[in-house]
Design a protein around this ligand. Structure first.
Ligand SMILES: *[C@@H]1O[C@H](CO)[C@@H](O)[C@H](O)[C@H]1NC(C)=O
Ligand SMILES: *[C@@H]1O[C@H](CO)[C@@H](O)[C@H](O)[C@H]1NC(C)=O
Ligand SMILES: *[C@@H]1O[C@H](CO)[C@@H](O)[C@H](O)[C@H]1NC(C)=O
Length: 342
């Protein structure tokens, strides 16, 4: 009798009806209604914001030397990017193209058109080809924003000092500070974080940043609030976000941002807390690492607003993945890993 049971047939019929019904239903659902809930492959993931770019690429300008005073390379044309800056960018969802300061300038310009933002690292070079190329990139960054692209620049430590020189057109604008190898607090000069680097920092972290030493400093130069206010070009360009006192209680600007451009300048090192180990002064607490992470997230959230849509294949051929970092941390000082370009 079992072979003549009507149940298998009935189940098959029900299945066919159900499949037909589901197919018909997905056809009749209005497309507009569906789009908010389903992506094109039919899964129920909300569609991402089409005005943002989710494959951002950041150009990092190389700095003269091997980053290790000759321990890693003595090549006269060597330049470097400490890997911590690369990791900082990568950790927030972007890739890096090195802008090698001494390569042909038309190549640097081509690479600039493949990126959605630029980073100037720390270092010591303030003259010569490096200075000239950094200045041209800064001017190109402003021009690109003027032309309607949202094109962010992060200028860290030496990067901030260079911007002060470019904007004021005074090579000696920076002042001496005793800011070498020390962690510090950041004192906020703003009452409202919206529209700044700090806009999505949790309140508890903002409070801790002003009372605990979560910002790594390593500089001999900087600019005081007074000096900046006295210079029209600088005071109309930069809004002061935070200040910090050095070991002699001399106050310098630790974070600033452009009023009219997505330019953020740091005298401190947001990239070190998570990625550098050569100095015992670098804070590595969970809160210190959160500072690195929130700062990186802000930078890349700005880069996603860029309207540049580079050719994907051309991006691949210039990515930093074409180069290998060198381990320099065994010396127990300096950068742990460095990309060296020769
Ligand atoms: C570079 O030169 C210095 C001084 O002569 C030397 O101590 C160092 O080992 C050299 N570095 C490399 C990577 O060969
Ligand atoms: C934050 O600033 C943006 C523009 O920068 C503005 O559109 C938004 O309304 C502001 N939000 C708050 C909560 O003030
Ligand atoms: C550096 O010098 C080497 C050897 O002379 C050369 O092959 C290389 O292209 C140079 N690199 C740069 C970035 O100028």
């Amino acid at each position: 009798m079992a072979s003549h049971s009507p149940w298998p047939l009935l189940l098959l019929l029900l299945l066919a009806v159900w499949i037909g019904f589901s197919a018909a239903q997905s056809l009749v659902l209005p497309v507009g209604h569906d789009a908010a809930l389903r992506s094109s492959d039919g899964s129920s993931c909300p569609t991402s914001d089409p005005t943002l770019y989710y494959r951002p690429v950041i150009g990092i300008l190389t700095h003269p030397g091997d980053g290790a005073t000759g321990r890693l390379s003595n090549a006269t044309n060597a330049s470097n990017i400490p890997a911590s800056y690369v990791k900082f960018v990568e950790s927030a969802g972007a890739r890096v193209i090195p802008l090698i300061y001494n390569e042909p300038q038309d190549l640097i310009i081509r690479k600039l058109n493949l990126v959605n933002g630029v980073l100037f690292t720390g270092g010591w070079a303030k003259t010569g080809l490096y200075y000239d190329v950094a200045k041209k990139i800064f001017e190109a960054t402003l021009a690109r924003n003027d032309a309607g692209d949202h094109f962010p620049l992060f200028a860290i430590c030496l990067g901030f000092e260079l911007l002060n020189m470019f904007i004021s057109q005074n090579h000696d604008i920076c002042e001496r500070f005793a800011g070498e190898n020390q962690a510090s607090t950041l004192q906020f000069s703003i009452s409202e974080t919206n529209g700044t680097l700090f806009q999505r920092f949790p309140q508890d972290l903002l409070t801790k940043m002003s009372t605990e030493c979560l910002a790594m400093q390593n500089h001999m130069f900087g600019i005081s609030p007074k000096k900046l206010q006295e210079n029209d070009a600088l005071s109309t360009f930069f809004k002061v976000l935070t200040t910090t006192a050095d070991v002699n209680e001399e106050v310098y600007i630790s974070t600033a941002q452009g009023y009219n451009y997505p330019v953020t300048a740091f005298q401190w090192h947001p990239e070190k807390n998570a990625f550098e180990w050569g100095s015992k002064k670098i804070p590595h607490t969970e809160d210190a690492v959160r500072v690195t992470q929130h700062t990186a997230n802000y930078f890349i959230s700005e880069a996603r607003k860029s309207s540049t849509r580079p050719d994907p294949q051309e991006v691949l051929s210039h990515l930093i993945y074409n180069y290998k970092p060198t381990y320099g941390g065994y010396a127990g000082k300096g950068y742990d890993e460095v990309y060296i370009f020769t």
